[in-house]
Design a protein around this ligand. Structure first.
Ligand SMILES: Cc1cc2nc3c(=O)[nH]c(=O)nc-3n(C[C@H](O)[C@H](O)[C@H](O)COP(=O)(O)O)c2cc1C
Length: 200
């Protein structure tokens, strides 16, 4: 049986396979069944934390990190890797709406759950890249996400360019995979209609 991220974590930081060209050439454009199947959908909520900041600077792909306690619904049922779904950031911080209205919508997202072997992290993290051009950062804002499917395992990379290329493919795969009716309807999920601090 495949190990969950929590079981893998207990054994220490795992070594990830190095991505090679045959992996890239064989990547499908749509992943997963026609409708989400258990353990999905998985709901994650938490206040956005600062990561190492490399996502935006190094990779052109800013990511919002969730606190450790927020990722337990993922780590108990799934393996490290790249996932897709929808996410929404609260416009409010400290009770005031500071982000423009358009930034508070529900957007497609890709999430990396793992140790980022390329950067040799020592801690399991969940980093969500929301596919929207935010005009400012949103550290300290509440974020809600619904994870709907798995894209690929976490890999190690021989170069930053190869990682960037795969992240770009992940985004395309996520968008095509979410464009199916049974996935698209999660954009309207009641989770995204509740106030900034839902009681789950
Ligand atoms: C969609 C996506 C896929 C990723 N896949 C991998 C991967 O396979 N291997 C890896 O080492 N890091 C992967 N990363 C993680 C990046 O290395 C990570 O976002 C980067 O370390 C930035 O983190 P920071 O902002 O906390 O510095 C992925 C990130 C995203 C958004």
């Amino acid at each position: 049986m495949t190990k969950t991220a929590a079981e893998v974590a207990e054994e220490g930081v795992p070594s990830a396979p190095v991505r090679d060209n045959s992996f890239r050439q064989s990547r499908p454009s749509v992943v997963g069944p026609d409708a989400p199947e258990p353990p999905f959908p998985i709901v994650l909520t938490g206040v956005v934390q600062r990561g190492f900041g490399r996502g935006g600077k190094d990779l052109g792909c800013p990511t919002a990190n969730l606190p450790d306690e927020s990722i337990s619904p993922m780590s108990s049922v799934t393996q490290p890797g790249v996932y897709y779904g929808y996410a929404q950031v609260s416009r409010e911080k400290d009770g005031k709406a500071v982000l423009p209205e358009e930034d508070g919508q529900v957007f497609p997202m890709v999430m990396s759950l793992g140790w980022n072997p390329f950067y040799k992290n020592q801690k399991l993290t969940a980093e969500i890249h929301i596919m929207h051009d935010f005009k400012s950062d949103f550290y300290g804002h509440e974020m809600k996400a619904i994870v709907l499917g798995y894209i690929r395992p976490e890999l190690d990379y021989v170069s930053r360019e190869a990682l960037i290329e795969d992240i770009e493919t992940d985004k395309r795969v996520a968008l095509s995979s979410l464009a199916r009716p049974a996935y698209e309807r999660f954009k309207e999920d009641p989770l995204f209609k509740t106030s900034a601090h839902p009681r789950l």
